[in-house]
Design a protein around this ligand. Structure first.
Ligand code: NAP
Length: 292
């Protein structure tokens, strides 16, 4: 990497940022595409989000990613917000425009691209969403016009209910309903659900945990999509496979949200071959072999 007076900077705003994989994605892409661009993490303390966004603009940053806990908090400090990000209520990518940043959400388009790459279809699917946090909400919003049925299961059922109400209020059909996680036995057997795991349960270092540990649950699902990517094979994925289903982790979602952000910043198209290179760099950074 040859940093000179023309080098453009992109960065990550979050707290914490120390475990991010994003530098591996963006610096690999910049190098492979011969672009004079560097990507660095910025640990922003609580209460300094406005200064971070305005400071990034003042320092002529080309763009930023935004991670927890600031994906909603940055919105008031943006010049513009893309309609999808506005609908989801979360921004993870800032793109420099005249006079400020425009906020986008590339997490959900990233998840769509990842599902597509893994051959998982959504149209007409019956989908279970495990969790009712920020990402689960975004997934439910994204699925509202695609899935036939959306069941949101959460430990705190009120949060699931709130999301279901929000989704049903803006979807023509009323596809969403909420359920307490402990009521999973009420889900009909043989329906064949796609389950999207959007809780923190099973994340490193508590890798032997799954939000539902009983093997019976997994007989109700044909595909398990875990948004966690560390470990590469979560307990949820193991249980899905043991019951005969297909299972995927969230690493491709992470890759594609980054690829889409990179394309927004640079106006260049990232080819399939470059995506592969960035994916390989992420796996190396995480010590995951190519066989996963
Ligand atoms: P969040 O807002 O903090 O929500 C966490 C969810 O997990 C809540 O529904 C919470 O339930 C549930 N939960 C936490 N601990 C639990 C436990 N012990 N038992 C049962 N439920 C529990 O988190 P988020 O921002 O939505 O992120 C969710 C997941 O998505 C994380 O694992 C994150 O790594 C992953 N993610 C992946 C990508 C990617 O690119 N692959 C991008 C973003 C996020 P309560 O409501 O009951 O507390």
């Amino acid at each position: 990497m040859n940093i000179d007076g023309y080098t453009r900077t992109c960065g990550l705003i979050g707290c914490p940022v120390e475990h991010t994989m994003s530098p591996a994605i963006h610096n690999t892409l910049a190098e492979a595409m011969g672009q004079n661009l560097v990507y660095v993490p910025f640990h922003v303390q609580a209460g300094h989000v406005r200064e971070a966004v305005e400071g990034a603009f003042a320092l002529n940053l080309l763009g930023c990613n935004v991670t927890v806990p600031y994906k909603s908090q940055v919105i008031p400090y943006l010049k513009e917000t893309d309609p999808l990000a506005e609908k989801i209520g979360a921004v993870n990518t800032l793109v420099r425009v005249e006079g400020g940043f425009r906020g986008y959400n590339t997490d959900m388009p990233g998840l769509l691209r990842a599902l597509e790459a893994d051959g998982v279809t959504l149209k007409g699917e019956k989908v279970l969403i495990l969790g009712a946090g920020g990402v689960a909400r975004a997934v439910a919003v994204m699925l509202s016009e695609l899935a036939e049925e959306i069941v949101i299961l959460n430990r705190t059922v009120e949060k699931a209910r709130k999301i279901a109400e929000e989704v049903n209020a803006c979807a023509e059909r009323k596809p969403a309903r909420a359920m307490s996680t402990e009521d999973w036995r009420k889900l009909p057997k043989g329906e064949g659900y796609l389950a999207i795991q959007a809780t923190n349960v099973g994340m490193f270092p508590r890798t032997d945990e799954a939000v539902i540990g009983e093997p019976d649950f997994y007989e109700r699902i044909h595909t398990g999509y875990d948004l966690i990517f560390n470990p590469a094979k979560t307990r949820f994925m193991q249980l899905t496979e043991a019951a005969g289903g297909r299972a995927y982790n969230g690493l491709k979602m992470l890759l594609y949200q980054g690829v889409i952000a990179y394309e927004l910043w640079t106006g260049r198209t990232v080819t399939g071959e470059l995506e592969e290179r960035a994916y390989h760099a992420m796996k190396q950074a995480m010590n995951i072999g190519d066989g996963e």
